[in-house]
Design a protein around this ligand. Structure first.
Ligand code: NDP
Length: 447
């Protein structure tokens, strides 16, 4: 490891020992950048690594609301405005009980490089709350979202910081948040992305992350003159990203045999076709039910309580699309043993460092989240463009722009990996290509 990189990592470890997910993400990115630091001294001279690992602004606030029993509830809210060198802050909001500052710093840090890779002018940010929408009524979610936005609205705006959804923040939450923003900011300016089609949303935005990670996998497979036809595919999660991954993989000729949630996994060896996917969408998006119900409806499927999909059946391609660190070293070995040749990350940092080592050592085509799932934020960027122009593009136009962006990201990552002597290593390629654009902008902009 380059000495400048190891000095910066030591400093972060001493300063933020409790932020383990952030330290994991920083280590992964900075290790790749060793190759750049050894070649180009200007980044060390300008102390870019120390500057890029420190958020520009970290906002933390209380969110007080009243539940349906009339009892007062208190949650913690955050917005981490990490880096705005190449454009307004952009990144999702996550509502999940596990949310804390370290997790949001990891997500905001990754977002800097991901947004840069899209080729669109967007800085990196992330936010959210330890609020759990699961089991809450629509009225409770509405009261929480309104209270959350009552503080957040003063820190965001269409030209400064444009949040979006993430785990636990879908169309319903974005609606309540946008409604409160409009009320408070006395503005009709669209401040969030992922909006409903009737109030400023973009066609293909709900599909974008899942479609995008499938397009990225398709590009990786093409490098070996291969494709989805006849492949068995594992998908984890059953939320937004998982649902549209299943849809696109199936359209491209693959057979998806799994879906999961935090309680367990269903395996359907016949494949999750369009009709079964409709059932999952209704189950999850309308009834907010559990994936176990799938096996009650489709009797040939099995439900395995407490298990993740990895290694349960033979499969050539895997799309982790639930959450961070959901594939550990043993899971990765099980995937490889079962014939997996391609992993495309719909989720953010779903593979532990040990799992990544297993994939790279076994020449698995491995697309890290910051490249593979960048289609979501890219299409959010397209939503912002449509809002600014006050017009709406047709579905095919947005989809073809998304597809082209994913092809470009794959190309940029592959070329950077090649240029720095690690061909086929998309981890290095994505980190380097994403970093250089932001770092050069930081130098141009001065201190
Ligand atoms: P959703 O809330 O729609 O779905 C999340 C899914 O993951 C659910 O099935 C959920 O199950 C499962 N899950 C969440 N936490 C855990 C856990 N700790 N263990 C096991 N399963 C879990 O979120 P998204 O689909 O939007 O996001 C999924 C991932 O994709 C996240 O990592 C997110 O950061 C990433 N991502 C999302 C983008 C987007 O556009 N939405 C863009 C880029 C990345 P349960 O219902 O039981 O909680």
């Amino acid at each position: 490891m380059n000495s400048y990189v190891s000095r910066v990592l030591d400093g972060l470890n001493k300063t933020y020992p409790w932020e383990k997910e952030f330290l994991q993400a920083a280590k992964e990115v900075l290790e790749s950048l060793s190759l750049v630091m050894a070649r180009e001294k200007k980044y060390e001279k300008h102390r870019i690594l120390e500057r890029i690992t420190e958020p520009e602004r970290l906002i933390s606030f209380k969110v007080v609301w009243v539940d349906d029993k009339g009892e007062v509830q208190i949650n913690r809210g955050y917005r981490i405005q990490f880096n705005s060198a190449i454009g307004p802050y952009k990144g999702g909001l996550r509502f999940h009980p596990s949310v804390n500052q370290g997790i949001l710093k990891f997500l905001g840090f990754e977002q800097i490089f991901k947004n840069s890779l899209t080729g669109l002018p967007m800085g990196g940010a992330k936010g959210g709350s330890n609020f759990d929408p699961k089991g809450k009524s629509d009225n409770e979610v509405q009261r929480f979202c309104q209270s959350f936005m009552t503080e957040l609205f003063r820190h965001i705006g269409p030209d400064t910081d444009v949040p979006a959804g993430d785990i636990g923040v879908g169309g319903r939450e974005i609606g309540f948040l946008e409604g409160q923003y409009k009320r408070l900011a006395i503005s009709n300016g669209c401040v969030l992305t992922g909006k409903g089609l009737n109030w400023g949303g973009s066609l293909i935005r709900p599909e974008a992350t899942g479609y995008g990670s499938t397009y990225f996998a398709e590009e990786m497979l093409k490098t070996r003159k291969d494709g989805f036809k006849g492949k068995t595919v594992l998908v984890s999660g059953s939320g937004n990203v998982a649902q549209y991954t299943i849809e696109k993989v199936t359209q491209l000729g693959g057979k998806v045999v799994s879906a999961s949630d935090s309680n367990g996994t269903i395996i359907d060896k016949d494949g999750i076709d369009a009709e079964k996917l409709n059932y999952i969408m209704e189950l999850k998006n309308v009834h907010r039910g559990r994936i176990s119900e799938y096996a009650k409806k489709f009797k040939k499927a099995d439900y395995i309580e407490g298990k993740k999909p990895w290694g349960l059946v033979k499969a050539e391609v895997a799309f982790p699309s639930a959450t961070q660190n959901e594939i550990n070293g043993d899971d990765a070995k099980a995937l490889v043993k079962n014939g997996c040749i391609c992993v495309s990350e719909g989720a953010n940092m779903p593979s532990t460092p040990e799992a990544v080592d297993v994939f790279l050592a076994n020449k698995v085509l491995y697309g890290p989240g910051k490249a593979a799932n960048a289609g979501g934020v890219a299409t959010s960027g397209l939503e912002m463009s449509q809002n600014s122009m006050r017009l709406r593009w047709e579905k095919d136009e947005v989809d073809s722009r998304l597809h082209q962006i994913m092809i470009n990201i794959h190309k940029a990552a592959a070329e950077a990996a090649e240029e720095y002597g690690t061909p086929g290593n998309y981890v290095n390629g994505a980190n380097i290509a994403g970093f250089k654009k932001v770092a050069d902008a930081m130098i141009d902009l001065g201190l």
